[in-house]
Write a protein that binds this ligand. Structure first.
Ligand SMILES: *Cc1c(COP(=O)(O)O)cnc(C)c1O
Length: 450
């Protein structure tokens, strides 16, 4: 029999991975998924504590989604959206418009989050270039936040504010205007919410006052800056950012790739603050974690900016081979049915509360600096010294060691630096949460030597 781990070490190049380090180990090869568990080729079971990199919603083998994919496969796997339409993509677009914040009326399909962001950027840019008001053509720049993560393609990297991922590519990409985020645990102004009055928003306000006339769009992850370490934007931040964009006549692009589809306890995070963006990107949970699928939703105003006689060349010159893939759209439609039939959002809210209570038990561990949670998105920042909030030395790889240790307890996690991320499937159960948090407590204690 082929030795798959050995073959992997010889042939694959894994994403976001130091392959030298990888090749010193032996990969866990996943063979099957069962509910919220992954099972490897040696028969070991692991709770999928990060929803397979934040994509899975209802478990790995949900019968309704599997059936929808099978049924669609018997009819059509894929046909192009260039010059043709297909059934599942139409039905899904209509359903998404019903569910999305009011005012988003058009759906442009693609197949991953980075690409959905590229599309939003190009749409916003082209929208202003063909705007009837001449002055609007000066709107060529984008505002993004510190700590932002919007994907790995070059436009998305231009927006990116995670030094370790993005710095090397700076010479290659356009220069974004950078506004403060809200890393309240390490507030650069030394203030505390809510007394601070969300002082950090003045940075965005100031940028828009100075550059507003040249800004095409402000791009934000709503409520949770996920890849930055599950940083939480304080309540009211998004709503006020929306108001600032409106006042300065610029577009707001909300990137719901990580937060969308129930992760925060609402279908979309924007809903918590009653915000409608001009463009919204979705991916990750969109197909419940079964197939690659993404979309960029826009207002009718943006859409109409691209209408005109063919000879005027105002159409959006962009498309992908797999846009509106029939199998992925069928999976997504089935997932949206599951949300209704199984009252998924209620379950998420219940499990979020249960998780919050269990996480309290981690506070007794001296290395636990801060616990950040929004719905079923959790970041636990580990620190060397809780009193001074002094971080661990990155070279110690404390986060990675904790996540390796917890595998022995049958749990898969992946950290963001020294922040342990918990993002279980929406279908996570009480007992699974208990096991997850208990095992984590043991591993943090063991790795940090307490
Ligand atoms: C993961 C992520 C992306 C990129 O999505 P991919 O499908 O990995 O390209 C974009 N934006 C946010 C907020 C994300 O979390």
């Amino acid at each position: 029999m082929t030795d798959l781990p050995e073959l992997d070490l010889r042939t694959l190049w894994h994403p976001f991975t130091q392959m030298g380090d990888w090749m010193d180990g032996r990969p866990v090869v996943i063979e099957r998924g069962e509910g919220n568990y992954l099972i490897d080729t040696e028969g070991r079971r692991y709770l999928d504590g990060i929803s397979s990199m934040w994509v899975n919603l209802h478990g790995h083998d949900h019968p309704r989604i599997r059936a929808a994919i099978h049924t669609q496969l018997d009819r059509l796997a894929h046909s192009t959206l260039l010059g043709l339409a297909n059934e599942p993509s139409i039905e899904l677009a209509a359903r998404l418009v019903e569910l999305a914040p009011a005012g988003l009326t058009r759906v442009f399909f693609s197949d991953n989050g980075s690409t959905a962001v590229e599309i939003a950027l190009k749409m916003a840019f082209q929208f202003w270039q063909q705007h009837e008001d001449q002055a609007s053509r000066a709107r060529t720049r984008f505002v993004a936040l510190k700590g932002a993560y919007h994907g790995d393609t070059l436009g998305a990297v231009a927006l990116g504010g995670v030094e370790s991922f993005h710095e090397i590519f700076r010479p290659l990409v356009f220069e974004a205007l950078r506004a403060e985020n809200a890393y309240c645990y390490r507030c650069p102004y030394g203030l505390r919410y809510p007394d601070c009055g969300i002082h950090c928003l003045e940075s965005l306000e100031g940028l828009l006052e100075r550059h507003g006339h040249e800004v095409a769009a402000v791009v934000v992850e709503p409520l949770v800056q996920a890849a930055a370490g599950i940083l939480l934007l304080p309540d009211g931040w998004l709503k006020r950012a929306r108001e600032l964009c409106t006042r300065h006549g610029t577009l707001l692009i909300v990137d719901e790739v990580a937060t969308g589809f129930g992760r925060t306890g609402r279908m979309f995070a924007c809903e918590h603050e009653g915000v409608t963006p001009d463009l919204m990107t979705i991916a990750k949970g969109m197909s419940a974690g079964f197939l690659p699928l993404a979309a960029t939703l826009t207002s009718e105003e943006i859409f109409e900016g691209f209408l005109g006689p063919v000879r005027d060349q105002r159409q959006f010159f962009h498309g992908h081979s797999y846009s509106g893939n029939a199998l992925a759209c069928a999976a997504s439609l089935a997932s949206l049915e599951v949300f209704e039939q199984e009252a998924v959002l209620e379950h998420v809210r219940e499990m979020s509360e249960h998780l919050a209570r269990r996480l309290e038990t981690l506070r007794r561990l001296p290395a636990v600096g801060e616990i950040r949670q929004r719905g079923l998105m959790v970041g636990i920042e580990l620190v060397q010294d809780r009193a001074t909030r002094e971080p661990f030395d990155a070279g110690e790889r404390i986060g990675a060691l904790v996540c390796m240790a917890i595998r022995k307890h049958g749990v898969i996690l992946r950290p963001l630096g020294e922040t342990i991320v918990l993002m279980p499937p929406l279908s996570v159960q009480r007992g699974e949460i208990e096991h997850l948090v208990d095992a984590l407590a043991k591993c943090i204690a063991q790795v940090t030597g307490e």
